[in-house]
Design a binder for this molecule. Structure first.
Ligand SMILES: O=P(O)(O)OC[C@H]1O[C@@H](O)[C@H](O)[C@@H](O)[C@@H]1O
Length: 317
């Protein structure tokens, strides 16, 4: 598993174990010498640690992994809904499902895959899911180690019924940061956003970067493909590149909301920031046998690498 697309001079090793509580762990390695340990729980990546020992994702210390229920943190795939504006459960049901390891995924276009070491998961709705959302789909999720050690996540959703459906989507992504007060997000300046804390009213961002001093919950609309999350204390910048997902959500609950959140430590809002690559404003419609693909890539780099805004290298996908 995992190396079927590798060229013959690539050596890919792959190990997978499963905990007593349903968490799947995989060690991914590539021919360039990079490796990462990934942990998956339902439709959620709960940890991604590279070979320098750096953890990219935040996960609440109070998380209880009773499968399959998403915990605060990690990267959750939110489908068929992101947010709580429709009749379905907040952020969709697929992250709370038991996914299976997919040994035989349909091939990806070679350019779309990039990474040659990966885990493939598959979800098909069961009878209960179809009662709450009457559509039949196949969701292929690939979690991949890029050639330079980056995390790449690719979702492919196919409508396998004659009835068209539409959906919103998110990679609900909680990044680990040293101290939220020291974090800046660059790449969303001058864009329009819907403010979830002010009845989803539309505003235009006026700042030169997003910084945090209270709760923030915004949907930035029709964004360029990259944002950079600068963590001064850790001297690390995490660049997120997206493809197929027009919008970004930026969220931190801050102190008061954190205290109301189940399975979330009172002070843990300081250690995380949510930057979600999403489809919110304009939903995707899939007719019979149509497929949608959405991808993100997380690139951790030393902060000195991109001090003057986004490095040109990150301005395209
Ligand atoms: O607790 P959940 O379902 O993972 O979502 C948490 C938050 O996720 C954010 O991305 C949203 O913008 C917030 O409004 C929401 O409260």
């Amino acid at each position: 598993m995992g190396d079927s697309e590798a060229a013959s001079d690539h050596k890919t090793l792959f190990e997978l174990t499963e905990d007593w509580n349903g968490i799947k762990h995989a060690v991914l390695r590539n021919a360039q010498g990079a490796s990462a340990r990934v942990s998956l729980h339902g439709g959620q990546i709960v940890s991604w640690r590279n070979n320098k020992g750096e953890e990219l994702l935040f996960i609440s210390s109070k998380a209880i992994f009773k499968s399959p229920k998403a915990m605060p943190g990690g990267i959750s795939v939110c489908f068929p809904q992101f947010g709580n504006c429709d009749i379905h459960e907040q952020n969709g049901f697929v992250r709370n499902k038991m996914w299976i390891i997919d040994d035989n995924p349909p091939p990806l276009h070679p350019n779309a895959s990039l990474g040659k070491s990966y885990v493939d998961l598959l979800l098909r709705p069961d009878k209960e899911d179809i009662k709450s959302w009457p559509h039949v789909f196949e969701f292929h999720l690939r979690v991949s180690l890029g050639s330079d050690g980056n995390l790449i996540v690719i979702s492919r959703i196919r409508n396998i019924n004659e009835k068209p459906f539409n959906f919103s989507f998110a990679y609900h992504t909680c990044l680990s940061v040293s101290d939220i007060s020291e974090v800046r997000i660059e790449g969303l300046e001058t864009l329009d956003y819907l403010d979830n804390l002010r009845g989803r009213k539309r505003f235009t961002d006026q700042g030169d970067a997003i910084t945090f001093e209270s709760e923030l919950d915004r949907v930035y609309i029709s964004c360029p493909p990259c944002v950079a999350v600068l963590d001064h204390e850790r001297k690390r910048t995490c660049v997120m590149r997206k493809d197929g997902l027009p919008d970004f959500v930026v969220w931190n609950p801050w102190e008061k909301k954190a205290k109301t959140m189940v399975e979330f430590g009172d002070d843990e809002y300081k250690e995380m920031v949510c930057v979600d690559a999403t489809v919110v404003e304009t939903k995707i419609t899939l007719k019979q046998e149509e497929e949608w693909t959405g991808r993100i890539e997380l690139v951790p780099v030393p902060s000195s690498f991109c001090t003057d805004g986004l490095h040109p290298r990150f301005n395209f996908f």
